[in-house]
Design a protein around this ligand. Structure first.
Ligand SMILES: [Zn+2]
Length: 488
């Protein structure tokens, strides 16, 4: 191929040179006879044809090298994959497939989607909100950043993963439970590309995000359905929004499909049925994991959409005892009817999926700690015990419910024996007995008559937290150092 290129280029060069010399000779001697003109035109013609041949070849060449497998053209691969998924989808419930065809098709997919290493998808527990961190090798991206109050949780969680820069940040739509912590993320980390829908909002939260974007000198990229981006060896494609403006802001949510080898994930923000029906038209939606739209509200996860995605796992990012009644029982029923395994952040905390390109496993806060530790996490050399201790924090103070939540955002288990939790107004102190808080896990301490789910109880004869006055919480380690403070 290289020799062919060289010869073509040589011919092109000669043709152009001769073409250049001839007209000057024509002009110089002022003798533009017909024969000369014909020769000049001929050389120009040949030059032009060779130029287009070379141009066409070089375009093909670029396409082939951009694809990580380095063998075939991107659009061809997509066609093969989608066609195969569609066939599978239609035939699956009714009849066995033609064995030969399937074997061939699968071989073809495997050839094009060989990946090395793992992809991790972290559904960070941010209560009634969304925040999803995706990592593969040294590449990472964040979809949403929880409520304003979740800023510290999200920022510290990303830091605890050894991440300093995010390749992509997506603010799915301008509601607080999705972009609340986004300004803190933008202010803290280097960001290569940020995507948000055109849909506008007049809230202070939205203004804060725009200000931080401006201050960082970033430009917002508008999502275009069908556009594909690379994240290391993974690839993600925009599925929604199809329209620029929707009556219901939720429908403006950016939805994407993330593919890693033969595994795939769909993240839909708070997209509702209108957007889901539009997504169906964009191509194959079949995925292993579905981030259930709109925290499990019944306005999302329509039957048609669910049938197309047909996931093995459904993740619902939702707050315990939230005011919206999320997730809706109808949605749970739809998922159960299809035997989809449901994972809820209000039940299991942060959920981490790990894909090797063929198989997906997951761990949660409540999983065996050895599984969590097994996740490869780049730790910076300066990291020491003090850093880890600083990453233990009071993540939530529910004064009415008399419940304090303490989260370990560090990479290691922390020995909390002798640590003190202090209710500042009234100076009530809870002292931890022998206790080790695992990496990524949380522990709850309940006051008087607290909701009966706390790990530890204060056991004082009256309420601990003052509901009418300010009553911050402080967490102190064994040396009496203030580790974390929660101002109510
Ligand atoms: Zn939401």
């Amino acid at each position: 191929m290289d020799i062919l290129f060289f010869l073509l280029f040589l011919l092109y060069f000669i043709a152009i040179i001769v073409g250049l010399i001839k007209p000057t000779s024509v002009i110089r001697w002022g003798n533009p006879d017909k024969r000369n003109r014909k020769i000049v035109l001929k050389f120009y013609g040949i030059g032009l044809i060779l130029f287009f041949v070379l141009f066409g070849l070089s375009i093909n060449n670029i396409d082939a090298t951009e694809e990580y497998s380095g063998t075939t053209n991107i659009s061809e691969n997509d066609d093969v994959q989608h066609a195969n998924n569609n066939t599978k989808k239609e035939e699956e419930p009714f009849q066995p497939e033609n064995e030969n065809n399937e074997a061939e098709a699968i071989e073809e997919i495997n050839d094009d989607t060989v990946v090395t290493g793992n992809l991790e998808v972290h559904f960070i527990d941010v209560g009634q909100a969304d925040s999803i961190l995706i990592k593969t090798g040294s590449d990472s991206m964040l979809i949403d950043a929880g409520n304003n109050d979740d800023s510290n949780i999200v920022v510290n969680y990303i830091k605890s993963q050894g991440i300093n820069n995010l390749d992509y940040v997506i603010g799915t739509h301008p509601h607080e439970d999705h972009i609340g912590g986004l300004d803190a993320v933008i202010n803290t980390f280097e960001i290569s590309k940020i995507l948000m829908p055109k849909q506008k909002s007049t809230t202070k939260t939205f203004e804060d995000v725009l200000t931080s974007i401006q201050n960082k000198g970033l430009k917002v990229t508008t999502p275009i359905v069908g556009e594909t981006y690379n994240l290391g060896q993974a690839e993600w494609t925009i599925l929604a929004p199809s329209q620029v403006q929707y009556d219901e802001t939720n429908n403006a949510s950016i939805a994407i499909k993330l593919e890693y080898g033969n595994n795939s994930f769909i993240f839909t923000g708070d997209a509702e049925e209108i957007s889901e029906l539009e997504m169906i038209k964009t191509g194959s939606l079949k995925s292993d994991v579905l981030k259930v739209g709109h925290h499990g509200s019944r306005s999302s996860t329509s039957i048609d959409f669910l049938n197309r995605v047909n996931p093995t796992y459904a993740v619902i990012s939702v707050g315990l005892d939230n005011n919206y009644g999320h997730p809706h029982s109808e949605v749970i029923e739809r998922l159960n009817n299809k035997n989809i395994e449901i994972l809820r952040t209000d039940e299991v905390g942060t959920i981490i999926f790990i894909s090797d390109g063929n198989n997906i496993t997951y761990t949660t806060n409540k999983s065996d700690v050895t599984n969590v530790v097994a996740i490869p996490q780049p730790v910076t050399e300066e990291s020491n015990i003090e850093d880890n201790v600083a990453a233990v924090e009071i993540s939530k103070l529910d004064k009415k419910g008399e419940l304090v939540t303490i989260t370990n955002l560090s990479n290691e288990a922390v020995d909390m024996q002798g640590w003190k939790l202090v209710s500042v107004t009234g100076n009530q102190i809870f002292k931890f007995p022998q206790y080790s808080l695992n990496s990524g896990a949380f522990v709850t301490v309940g006051g008087y008559d607290s909701i009966d789910i706390s790990d530890f109880d204060w056991e004082e004869g009256k309420g601990i937290w003052n509901n009418s006055k300010s009553d911050p919480a402080g967490l102190y380690d064994t040396n009496g150092n203030l580790v974390s403070e929660f101002n109510d």
